[in-house]
Design a protein around this ligand. Structure first.
Ligand code: DP6
Length: 323
């Protein structure tokens, strides 16, 4: 008999970034990374297994999903069916609450929710590391959105050893500054490929990120906010440096993004905790202590649309009915 399950997951922002794969098919990263799962912008996904279906269907925010998104979802469901030893197709209905174009309607929340909902709908009861490994196959960063609050993604050397788990860290806030609502020019997936293939700085990036990660894990465990902030901003700038050295050139940061990095530096000069980071797009997150968050948000408000978020929960089952 067919199963149905609904799961919810939220995006994450990396403080130590993932950029580059050692294995494209398994999505094994060139180095580990560390992130905060957000308490905002959830994606909710229902998966219904239905033997009467000829093919999988995927509805996103009330409309049939674009072909590329559907193809990626079907490939993911194939993997779940392989694990479950099942062949029936499924109906996937997904909705995300992220503002469009803010770069937060993330594949991380999407594949984390899909991994949990689909595995349950097909009758699998995966433990957290297995669920993280499954989510990773949809999108690398999704393996971290399985985890509550702060997640360390172990790079690993094979499918079994590459997953995320929770690490201790102090309470933090991210002030998200949306400076530009337009679509990114080059997807993360393509940008990573290009960086690995052409950037002369890539070997240095790959060789140093594990060291940065170790320092970050230590700083988080010690609650050393100054070190966490410095490592976060420096690692983000390093990622953009290795990207910027690609051929043909890629640049994700806009002038308005750089203005937010400058605003963070000015805040620090005034004794306020504020450290900037940015992913594969122009929007910037400013990392700050909870007590400083209101001041930081007010200071960057002229530079874009501002939203302050804290650490949130990993993927959660909303409901499920098993055969
Ligand atoms: C810049 O996880 O979206 O946000 O594994 O190809 O799906 P794929 O890439 P994805 O890349 C995220 C890149 C990043 C940094 C990070 O989240 O660590």
């Amino acid at each position: 008999a067919p199963g149905t399950a609904t799961a919810r997951a939220q995006p994450n922002i990396a403080l130590v970034k993932y950029w580059g794969k050692r294995d494209e098919d398994l999505i094994l990263p060139v180095a580990g990374s560390l992130s905060m799962t957000l308490d905002a912008f959830p994606t909710t996904t229902r998966v219904s297994v239905d033997p009467a279906l000829d093919e999988d269907s995927f509805e996103l925010n009330g409309a049939p999903a674009p072909a590329a998104a559907r193809a990626r979802t079907v490939r993911f469901l194939e993997r779940v069916r392989e694990l479950a030893g099942a062949s029936a197709r499924a109906r996937v209905v997904s909705a995300n609450e992220a503002p469009t174009g803010a770069g937060l309607a993330s594949s991380a929340a999407g594949f984390a929710a899909l991994a949990l909902a689909a595995s349950r709908a097909y009758g699998l009861d995966l433990d957290a590391p297995a669920l993280s490994r499954l989510a990773r196959r949809g999108s690398g960063s999704a393996c971290r959105s399985i985890v509550d609050r702060y997640a360390l993604w172990h790079a690993g050397t094979d499918d079994a050893s590459s997953f995320a788990e929770a690490v201790p860290a102090p309470d933090m806030r991210l002030v998200i500054v949306t400076v530009d609502g337009s679509e990114k020019a080059v997807s993360s997936r393509e940008g990573m490929r290009r960086t690995a293939a052409t950037s002369p700085f890539y070997p240095a990036w790959a060789a140093t990120t594990e060291q940065t990660l170790e320092e970050m894990v230590t700083a988080c465990a010690a609650g050393d906010f100054e070190a966490i902030g410095q490592l976060t901003e420096s690692h983000a700038l390093r990622m953009h440096a290795v990207i910027n050295a690609s051929m043909p050139p890629v640049r994700y940061l806009a002038p308005a993004s750089v203005a937010v990095f400058d605003a963070a530096a000015s805040l620090r000069a005034a004794g306020v905790s504020a450290w900037a980071t940015a992913d594969a797009g122009p929007n910037v997150c400013v990392l700050t202590r909870p007590d400083d968050a209101a001041e930081v948000a007010a200071a960057v408000a002229p530079l874009g649309a501002v939203r302050t978020v804290g650490p949130g929960s990993g993927a959660r089952l909303v409901d499920s009915a098993q055969p």
